[in-house]
Design a protein around this ligand. Structure first.
Ligand code: HEC
Length: 144
């Protein structure tokens, strides 16, 4: 392949990737959710947590509504319902915002919800083990 061809392809590819990350999802995001008490904030994911099970819950099985509907299948906060919410659901792919959100913080919010936002509490519908499975899935597969 000629050098110019390689250059054109590389440039087009870079623009595509950049275009995707700028389309819609905002980053850094304003964040309404308050911080978990420090003991909760510091909790870490148990070794047994199962990301594959977390994925099934995130995309489909969680009651009252799958996380995907708001946070999006890619975790960018642009799910069908999420787009319309103010504040928008957390964009897990935004490292600028997510560097402030520990695994323990995520567990605490999923369990207790974030009052004043669309993020509901799941303590009645998910066991602690299920919540950790989801946190593991988000942190290993969706976060960048
Ligand atoms: C009805 C829409 C909706 C659903 C369903 C939903 N969320 Fe959220 N989520 C939100 C909104 C809105 C926020 C708040 C954003 C903010 O803090 O500004 C949020 C925040 C979060 C946060 C970030 C907390 C922080 O400290 O920044 C996490 C983690 C999270 N959600 C995980 C989940 C998981 C996992 C599920 C499925 C079990 C789920 N959410 C279901 C709308 C939703």
């Amino acid at each position: 392949m000629k050098k110019t061809t390689v250059f054109v392809i590389a440039t087009a590819f870079t623009l595509m990737v950049a275009g995707q990350s700028f389309a819609g999802a905002n980053c850094p995001q304003p964040r309404k959710t308050k911080s978990a008490p420090s003991a909760d904030f510091k909790k870490v994911i148990p070794k047994k947590a199962d990301a594959a099970h977390g994925k099934a819950l995130y995309n489909k099985k969680v009651k009252p509504m799958a996380c995907k509907n708001c946070h999006g299948a890619k975790g960018d906060g642009m799910g069908k319902l999420g787009k319309a919410l103010k504040p928008n659901p957390r964009n897990f792919t935004c490292s600028d915002t997510m560097k402030k959100v520990s695994a323990g913080q995520m567990f605490w919010v999923i369990k207790n919800g974030s009052p004043g936002t669309g993020m509901v509490a799941h303590k009645k519908t998910l066991k602690d083990k299920d919540i950790w499975d989801i946190v593991k899935y988000i942190r290993t597969d969706l976060m960048k």
